[in-house]
Every structure is written in C-alpha cells, then in structure tokens.
Design a protein around this ligand. Structure first.
Ligand code: NDP
Length: 312
C-alpha cells in the first residue's frame, strides 16, 4: 500500500498523538497516525486515571485513550498499526520507512512516540520476561494471585503498581534503592497505609533467579547501607523505574539530549523545520496525560501554521 503525499503524519497514539490527531483532523489536514509498538501508549496499560480534568469520578486509562481515538477518527484521522523504523528528515517532504519496508512521505511530522519502560539491566532480567518478570502490573498482575510479588522503584509508578498488585498477591515487597521517594505524597502514603505492602529501602537487586529453573522464584538483594546480601522468595518481579524516550529512528537528525529526549527549539518545534514534538518523547519533567495532551495540541497548531505559511 502506498500513500500520496500527506500533510501530517503523527507518530504515536498516546495522549499526545491522539490530541495532535484531533486538532489536525479538525483543521481538515487528514492526519495519518502510526500507532507504534504500544498502541494507546502508557495510558493503555494503566488503570484508574483520577487527575485528568473533566472526569470527577475518574476514568479507566484504556477508555480515555479509546475516546480520544474515536474523537480523532470522527474528524477524519486515519489510524494504522505499525511504527517507523527510519526517518529521512534531511529534505522535504520527509520520507518515513515502516517495518516491512513501506515508505510514506509527509510535509509535516509530529513525533509523539513517548517513552518505554526502563529495565534494571540485570543479567537474567530479559530472559525472564513473561516468566515472572514484568514492567506492567495491569497486564500481568492477574497471574500472581496468592503469590509473592516484588516491585522495584520509588516513584509514582512503583506506588501505583504496588497498590494495584496488592489486590492479587499474598504480599507485595516494594524495594527502593534509597529512602527518599520521588513519588507524590498522596501515592506514597496510600502505599504505606496498605497492609499488604512491605517497604524495603536502601536496597538494590543484585540478581534474579536462574532462568534455567523456568520462572522467577527468588531475588538476591543487597542493603546499600549495611552491605548485607540476602535472598528473598518472589514469584512476580515488577520493574517500575521510569522510562526511556523512543527516539531511535531520529538519532543524528533531531537534536536529542544525553538520555535521548528531544530537545525543544521553542514551542513544539524541533531543530528540523516541519518536525514537531509532543508528549513524553520531549518531556522528562511533567510526564502527565494532561500535559501530553496539551503538547499534542501545540504540535498540531504549529503544524497547521507551518503548512499554511507554505501555502498548503
Ligand atoms: P520516576 O522517574 O518518577 O521514578 C523512577 C524511580 O525508579 C525512582 O524512585 C528512581 O530512584 C528509581 N530508579 C531509576 N533507575 C533505577 C535503577 N537503575 N535501579 C533502581 N531504581 C531505579 O518514574 P515513574 O515511572 O515512577 O513516574 C514517571 C512520571 O509519571 C512521574 O511524573 C509520575 O508522577 C507520573 N506518574 C503518575 C501517576 C499517577 O498520578 N497516577 C502514576 C505513575 C506515574 P531514584 O529516585 O533513586 O533515582
């Protein structure tokens, strides 16, 4: 399938991408959205969202994202599975290559590819994904009914995952490398008040059990203050230590910081004229659904003005 020249391609279908799609679709630009490797982005794997304005009773993450997608489609946005593996931003129109080799050309590009789960980098971690190791409580919590669960991290994600997993596990051990928590006070206090959650602070994970045994069954921990090393029985091992921006196809073309986040050139602009950023791929500070949505709106308005100035 080949496309003629497009006005707007949006990469990513999280809050940022969907909002960019709503706005550019309503501007009659017929955006094409590539949903990426995690359609719906981070909201699609979360549960209750309590802080998105307009939902006094809260709303489930997947429902919120589906509503946004339908809203964009109503105004003429097209959604496609797949992701871009290579982008040539050196000339216009921009050429994007998809998995499978197909190419599309577009006058403007909105990069809303978000950020993916960060892993600890332990030797056995990747081998045990799906066999006790996970980065998504919502996806995998159900498998650990009545089992021993461990969550790694000290931010809001770790608190949220620990609380959620306490519905399933016989106990949830929350392991954090220091005793200072990045989590918001309300989420930390909720986890601390949960009788099923045990806090293990100043502690790092040295290893996860031997993958030859087929499944996670224990974890080696080290207290960084006392240097005590010990094993703890665990069935489910959930890593919640933040995210890495999805900017691989743009290396060497878009200005990225040392961690791979897009560097903004004001508003939603990147260093390449006609390429705009939206959401967590650029934002390492706020990282909220509502700020991502706002950024998607900004990128759409900039793309619209850019096209208008070029006479399209
Ligand atoms: P954060 O960056 O906030 O926290 C990451 C945590 O992981 C920190 O405690 C950090 O420890 C720890 N960590 C990082 N790398 C390692 C490592 N290699 N080994 C051990 N520990 C490590 O990420 P989150 O994903 O928790 O949150 C991201 C954003 O999303 C935040 O703005 C948060 O508020 C928001 N969020 C909001 C939610 C809600 O409101 N419902 C739910 C989930 C997230 P250290 O502090 O020592 O660096």
């Amino acid at each position: 399938m080949s496309h003629s020249l497009l006005n707007v391609v949006v990469l990513g279908s999280g809050c940022a991408g969907n909002t960019a799609a709503i706005y550019t679709a309503r501007a009659n630009l017929q955006p094409l959205v590539f949903e990426g490797h995690e359609p719906g982005g981070q909201l699609s794997i979360t549960t209750e969202v309590e802080n998105f304005p307009g939902f006094p009773e809260g709303i489930q993450g997947p429902a919120l994202i589906e509503n946004m997608k339908q809203q964009a489609q109503r105004f003429g946005a097209t959604y496609r599975h797949g992701r871009v593996v290579h982008a040539d931003l050196s000339r216009r129109p921009f050429a994007l290559e998809l998995e499978g080799g197909e190419k599309v050309h577009t006058r403007t590009l909105i990069v809303a590819t978000g950020a993916s789960a960060r892993w600890l980098g332990l030797p056995n971690e990747q081998k045990l994904i799906g066999r006790g190791v996970s980065s998504c409580a919502t996806c995998d919590g159900f498998f650990f009914r009545g089992k021993k669960i461990m969550v790694i991290g000290g931010g809001d994600s770790a608190m949220e995952e620990a609380n959620f997993l306490s519905r399933f596990g016989s106990e949830v051990a929350l392991v954090h490398r220091s005793e200072a928590f990045r989590a918001s006070k309300i989420m930390l206090e909720r986890a601390q008040a949960n009788p099923k959650i045990v806090f293990i602070t100043n502690t790092i994970v040295e290893d996860i059990s031997d993958p030859e045994k087929g499944h996670v069954n224990s974890v080696r921990l080290r207290n960084v203050k006392t240097h005590q090393v010990y094993d703890r029985e665990v069935d489910g091992f959930f890593v919640a230590i933040g995210h890495i921006p999805n900017t691989k196809p743009f290396g060497g073309q878009l200005d990225l910081d040392a961690d791979g986040y897009i560097i903004s050139h004001g508003g939603a602009r990147t260093n390449v004229s006609g390429v705009f950023h939206a959401g967590d791929v650029q934002d390492r500070i706020y990282r909220q659904a509502i700020t991502a949505a706002g950024a998607g709106c900004m990128a759409a308005i900039e793309a619209e003005r850019f096209l208008e100035a070029e006479g399209h």
